[in-house]
Design a protein around this ligand. Structure first.
Ligand SMILES: Cc1cc2nc3c(=O)[nH]c(=O)nc-3n(C[C@H](O)[C@H](O)[C@H](O)COP(=O)(O)O)c2cc1C
Length: 176
């Protein structure tokens, strides 16, 4: 065990199928990973090797003691159109969104890997939400090549290819 806690929030898009790899890569870099999936991400978790990785799926009951350490850093891989916009707007009506809004509010180091096709990324809310998140200090990583300077939407039908080529090092090296 280390004393560095990393929350791996994952949303409902193909790159969620790499979250087990991400937990392992985080461990290799000295993090204690916790996976926090949205409901829509759950189908992509099936069959992944998440042995010994806590998967947190809900809020604790009132009065139940807090048993998860505070995050030293958060990654959101992938960040869907839905979650990115909700997060930027301050919606905290699910456990993952509450974690993300609290991370933003507490300026916890956070890296997001947005994952949306052209049609969704063409919606005006997308660029506005990215601007809000970047302004608040969120580091945004392009899932195609790890760029932090630009972000390309996915071409239709390329989700699996982009997922296969994604490298966790692009995200984890930002956190040190
Ligand atoms: C097979 C499949 C692929 C999807 N791919 C994406 C995607 O690449 N990007 C995206 O923003 N939403 C994608 N979606 C839609 C999201 O899963 C949907 O908007 C969901 O409500 C997101 O919820 P979440 O943000 O809570 O994870 C996909 C859905 C399915 C069933």
């Amino acid at each position: 065990m280390t004393d560095r806690t990393l929350y791996l929030v994952t949303c409902g898009a193909p790159l969620a199928s790499r979250i087990g790899d991400g937990a392992q890569a985080a461990r290799d870099r000295g993090w204690d990973p916790y996976v926090i999936p949205t409901d829509a991400a759950l189908p992509w978790l099936e069959g992944q090797d998440l042995a010994n990785v806590p998967v947190l799926t809900g809020n604790r009951a009132p009065g139940e003691p807090k048993c998860t350490p505070k995050a030293d850093a958060v990654v959101v891989v992938p960040t869907t159109f839905n979650t990115l916009n909700a997060w930027a707007n301050g919606n905290a009506n699910t456990y993952p969104l509450t974690i993300l809004c609290a991370a933003l509010g507490s300026r916890t180091p956070t890296v997001a890997v947005p994952f949306a096709k052209h049609d969704l990324a063409g919606h005006p809310a997308w660029l506005a939400s990215l601007a809000v998140l970047r302004y608040a200090g969120i580091r945004v990583v392009d899932p195609h090549d790890g760029s932090t300077a630009s972000l390309e939407p996915l071409q239709s039908g390329t989700g699996d290819t982009v997922t296969a080529r994604f490298e966790w090092d692009w995200v984890l090296r930002i956190l040190g």
